[in-house]
Design a protein around this ligand. Sequence first.
Ligand code: NAI
Length: 308
Amino acid sequence: MKVTVVGAGAVGATAADNIVRRDIAEEVVLLDIKEGFAEGKAMDIMQTATLAGFNGKLKGVTNDYAATANSDVVVVTSGLPRKPGMTREDLIGINAGIVKSVTENILKYSPNTILIIVSNPMDTMTYLALKSSGLPKNRVIGMGGILDSSRFKYFLSEALGCTANELQANVIGGHGDTTMIPLTRLATYNTLPVSEFLSADALAKISADTMVGGATLTKLLGTSAWYAPGAAVAKLVESILLNQKLILPCCVSLDGEYGQNDICLGVPVVIGKDGWEKIIDFKLNAEEQALFNKSADAVRSMNDVLAT
Ligand code: NAI
């Protein structure tokens, strides 16, 4: 199987590093518009092969789309990241142009690929990629909820004093500071509701910390995060390449599911060799559904900006 990662910046290179280390793809291509940049990142990563003990191949290229031909999966990370004080939504104008042109170039050489969109504002970029690519809806997936859920589990684990791997917890809705929905009611600590261990106030704080998780890191780092985003991309790619059928929160096209239409938004889906295969109904209560609807309204108004 072949994977291409477009954008060799912080997130793209970290994603490529995580993918190649897992030895799940025969070939990984890293592409960037900046002359020599992807080549340099790929060479640096490949020089860890004997240290990290992997056998996979990673090749870097400058804007050479022919080298990406017949990719089974393409991850799009090209675009501007946010700076302190910016929201993901501030990036829409410039990133829409980049995502659209990258998608067109990719499809010339991999017309049947599975597209994973990472560039922000991710929900709107996923919608744009779906509409402009003409790919079947199951082959276009936005990555945000896997990252946000991992952050949610981190904050829960800190409060509980347990390892995050003991936790099941999901963030659905949009991938924005005010649009994401950490599902505290459904979060469990080895099958038990976390509410049996944490107060309502503690859970409200964890939820709030999760929602601004990306902004907190942007403030600390001066740019947006990359380790967890890159690892989250690799988790998604792995479930596709190995047909693992993991249930992961991903941004996908909704046709009535969760009460929404003509929008790409984060919901739990089964991920396998054909992309997202099935939407899982978490049976939201009235309060959660109201938050989901509000999130959809906000993302829809972002999508409307594309048309202007
Ligand atoms: P970065 O600035 O480190 O890397 C972006 C790369 O894209 C640069 O190397 C740039 O040369 C390249 N690029 C720009 N235009 C291109 C084009 N037309 N073709 C090919 N390459 C092009 O940014 P970083 O931190 O890697 O973030 C990338 C994107 O991912 C941002 O939009 C950021 O907001 C988003 N992001 C999304 C997350 C998510 O969970 N969905 C998490 C973290 C970041």
